[in-house]
Design a protein around this ligand. Structure first.
Ligand code: VG1
Ligand code: CO
Length: 576
C-alpha cells in the first residue's frame, strides 16, 4: 500500500532527567512511561544517536507486556519522522529478546527497539521498559547508552509523523509511507509486520541435533515441562517442543503471553517459579525449565529435588559442548562469565585449555568478545546462559542445550534400565571438577540512600588506603573462619576496544578461594536493590545442601556488609 505525502512535524518538550538506561535498557513503572512525552523523549534520543544515514532499518517488538502495542505505534511514527527507511515490527509485538537478536543479525538491520522490562512484573501498576540493541544484535554498549542519556538531558523536541495510521499488528503486511517535512525534504518509510517466531525456530534446528533429541524423547519417555511464565517464550516453546519435537501439550505451561503475565512475577528462580519446581519434583519430571518475561533467562530443575544452579549450568554446557552440532562445527573459541558468577566455569576453561574472560554484570560485555571471535559460551549467575549464535542470553537455547546433552549422553542406551538424567550429569560434573557452592541474597527495593551508603561503605573499605587493613583479616561465621586474601571494587578493561568500566561490584576473596561480592542492581525500577553473592569451593564434598555449605560465609557476608544497619532488613527478599 502506498499513500500520498504525510507531514513530519516537530513537537516541543522539556528535557527529562531520569532516563539513564541501567544494566539492560530503561526500566520504570509503566505509569512513568505513560507520562506525556516521556517515551517519545527516550525514543527520540535513541533515534538521534542511531539514524546516521538514509538507509537505517530497525526492528520493533517485545515481551508483549502491557503498553507494548501503544509504544510500537509511537516508535513507528517517530522512526518515520526521523527518516528511518524500514521498520520491521513483530506480529502482535511478540518478539523474544533472543529472537530479536537473531533477526537483527540475519536481516542485517541497523538495530532494534525491544519493549521489555525482562523479568520485572508487568501491567499498569508494574514495569515497562525500552531497550536498544545494535546491529550486532546485542544490547547497546555503555558509550551509546551514555550518549542517549545525555541527549534526553538536553533535547527539547522530537520529530514524528502523527498522521500515520495505526498499523494493524495482527496481520502480516507491508506499508510504504511518503513523508515530507516543513523544509520540503521528502523520503519514504516502509513498515513490515513480520512473523518473529519462525526464524528463531530455524536457528535452533541448525544449532541442536533435533533428530537425536526427538529419538531420545520418544524412546525414553522422558517427561519434559517448560513454564513460559505467561511471558514471550510461549509461542516459541509450543512450536519447538510440541510441533517440532512432538511432545504433547502437557509439556508446556503458561504458554500464552499475557500483558500482565497473569499476575506472575516472570523471573525463573526458585522463589517466583516455585510452582514449576514443585510440579517437577512431585511429578518426577525429568527436565523442568522456566524462562522469564522476555525469554532470555532460564532455570533448570529435575526430579529428585534437583536444581541446577545457573553458574553450574553454563559449566556443564561448556564441558559437554562437543555433543552439540553448532560447537562441533565451529569449535569452542573461549568461555566467559560475569564477575559475580561462580568460578565453576573457570575450572572447565582450565581443564580444556580454553581462553577465559571475567566481565562485569550485563550481557553487553560478552558481545565485543564474541564479535572479535574470542568467545563461544558464557553465562551469568542470574539465570542467563548463552553463546555466540546471537548476542543475547537465550532461555530456550539453554533448555535445548540440556536436552541435547541428555539425548547425546544416552544415544547408546536401550532404555530398559532408565537413562542418564540431569542429576547424573550434574553429579558427574562435580566428581570431575568439584563443586562451587553458590547463593545470591537480594535485598529488593530498600531505600536509595541506604543502598548508596552501603556501597559507599564497602568501596571505602576496599579502597587503596584501607585495603591493607582488610587483607589478612579473619572473619568467623557459624564457627567457620575465613581469611581475606584480596579485595577490590571490580574494574574491567575490554580487551577488544580498551573501554574501561569501573565500580562493577565490591569483592572479597578468601584464602580458600571462597568469595563474597556486593553489587547494587541496575535493573530495578524503585529504590535500590542490593545483591550479595556468596561462593565456596569443595573439591570432594559435593552433596551437601548449598544453604548448609554456605551458612558460615552468609553470616560473614551480612556482618561484613553491615546489611542490617544500611538496609534495615533482617532477611533478604529473594534467595537464589
Ligand atoms: C540483572 C542481573 C544481570 C542481568 C540483568 C539483565 O542485573 O543481575 O546478570 O544481565 O539483570 O537481565 P542487575 O543490574 O539488576 O543485577 V534481563 O533477563 O532482566 O534483561
Ligand atoms: Co530477561
Amino acid at each position: 500500500m502506498s499513500s500520498s505525502f504525510t507531514a513530519a512535524t516537530i513537537e516541543y518538550i522539556k528535557p527529562f532527567t531520569d532516563q539513564n538506561p541501567g544494566t539492560s535498557g530503561l526500566r520504570k513503572r509503566t505509569k512513568v512511561f505513560q507520562q506525556k512525552y516521556y517515551s517519545e523523549s527516550f525514543i527520540q534520543a535513541t533515534l538521534s544517536n542511531v539514524v546516521d544515514s538514509s538507509d537505517v532499518s530497525l526492528l520493533v517488538g517485545g515481551d508483549g507486556r502491557y503498553w507494548s502495542e501503544e509504544i510500537c505505534q509511537t516508535i513507528i511514527k517517530l522512526s518515520a519522522g526521523n527518516k528511518v527507511k524500514t521498520v520491521y515490527v513483530a506480529k502482535d509485538s511478540i518478539l523474544s529478546t533472543p529472537a530479536a537478536s537473531n533477526l537483527i543479525r540475519t536481516l542485517k538491520l541497523s538495530g532494534g527497539f525491544l519493549l521489555t522490562a525482562s523479568h520485572n512484573p508487568g501491567g499498569p501498576d508494574y514495569d515497562f521498559g525500552i531497550k536498544y540493541n545494535c546491529g550486532n544484535g546485542g544490547p547497546a554498549p555503555e558509550k551509546l547508552t551514555n550518549a542517549i542519556y545525555q541527549k534526553t538531558l538536553e533535547q527539547n523536541s522530537y520529530t514524528t509523523v502523527s498522521a500515520l495510521p495505526i498499523i494493524d499488528l495482527k496481520t502480516l503486511a507491508s506499508y510504504t509511507f511518503e513523508i515530507q517535512n516543513a523544509l520540503g525534504e521528502s523520503w519514504s518509510t516502509t513498515v513490515h509486520v513480520i512473523d518473529a517466531i519462525k526464524d528463531y525456530v530455524t536457528l535452533m534446528k541448525e544449532i541442536f541435533d533435533f533428530p537425536t533429541i526427538q529419538n531420545f524423547l520418544k524412546k525414553s519417555n522422558a517427561k519434559i515441562l517448560l513454564d513460559s511464565m505467561n511471558g514471550v517464550t510461549g509461542p516459541y516453546a509450543t512450536q519447538i517442543l510440541v510441533h517440532e519435537l512432538k511432545l504433547n501439550n502437557s509439556s508446556v505451561m503458561n504458554n500464552v503471553p499475557k500483558a500482565d503475565f497473569g499476575g506472575i512475577h516472570p523471573d525463573p528462580n526458585l522463589t517466583y517459579a516455585a510452582s514449576l519446581a514443585e510440579k517437577t519434583w512431585s511429578e518426577n519430571i525429568d527436565l523442568g525449565a522456566a524462562s522469564d518475561g522476555d525469554g532470555d533467562r532460564n532455570m533448570i530443575v529435575a526430579k529428585d529435588n534437583v536444581f541446577v544452579n545457573p553458574s553450574d549450568s553454563v559449566a556443564v554446557i561448556a564441558d559437554n559442548a562437543h555433543l552439540i552440532p553448532f560447537f562441533k562445527k565451529s569449535g569452542v573459541k573461549g568461555l566467559a562469565r560475569s564477575m559475580p558468577t561462580s568460578m565453576a566455569l573457570d575450572r572447565v576453561a582450565k581443564r580444556k585449555n580454553l581462553q577465559f574472560y571475567e566481565v562485569p554484570t550485563g550481557w553487553k560485555f560478552f558481545g565485543n568478545l564474541m564479535d572479535a571471535g574470542k568467545l563461544s559460551i558464557c553465562g551469568e549467575e542470574s539465570f542467563g546462559t548463552g553463546s555466540d549464535h546471537i548476542r543475547e542470553k537465550d532461555g530456550i537455547w539453554a533448555i535445548l542445550a540440556w536436552l541435547n546433552i541428555l539425548a547425546a549422553s544416552n544415544a547408546e542406551k536401550t532404555f530398559e534400565q532408565g537413562f542418564i538424567g540431569v542429576k547424573e550429569i550434574l553429579e558427574n560434573h562435580y566428581r570431575i571438577y568439584g563443586r562451587n557452592y553458590f547463593t545470591r541474597y537480594d535485598y529488593e527495593e530498600v531505600s536509595s540512600e541506604g543502598g548508596a551508603e552501603l556501597m559507599k561503605y564497602l568501596r571505602n573499605l576496599v579502597s587503596a588506603e584501607n585495603k591493607t587493613h582488610v587483607v589478612g583479616k579473619k572473619y568467623t561465621g557459624n564457627g567457620e573462619t575465613y581469611v581475606v586474601k584480596k579485595c577490590d571494587d571490580f574494574s574491567y578493561t575490554d580487551p577488544v576496544d580498551g573501554s574501561v568500566s569501573q565500580k562493577q561490584g565490591v569483592y572479597f576473596v578468601f584464602e580458600d578461594e571462597s568469595r563474597i561480592v556486593y553489587r547494587a542492581s541496575g535493573t530495578g525500577s524503585q529504590g535500590a536493590t542490593i545483591r550479595v553473592y556468596v561462593e565456596k569451593y569443595e573439591a570432594t564434598n559435593y552433596l551437601t545442601e548449598a544453604s548448609t555449605a554456605l551458612s558460615g560465609l552468609v553470616s560473614i557476608a551480612k556482618e561484613l556488609g553491615k546489611i542490617k544497619e544500611f538496609t534495615g532488613r533482617d532477611e533478604p527478599t529473594v534467595i537464589t
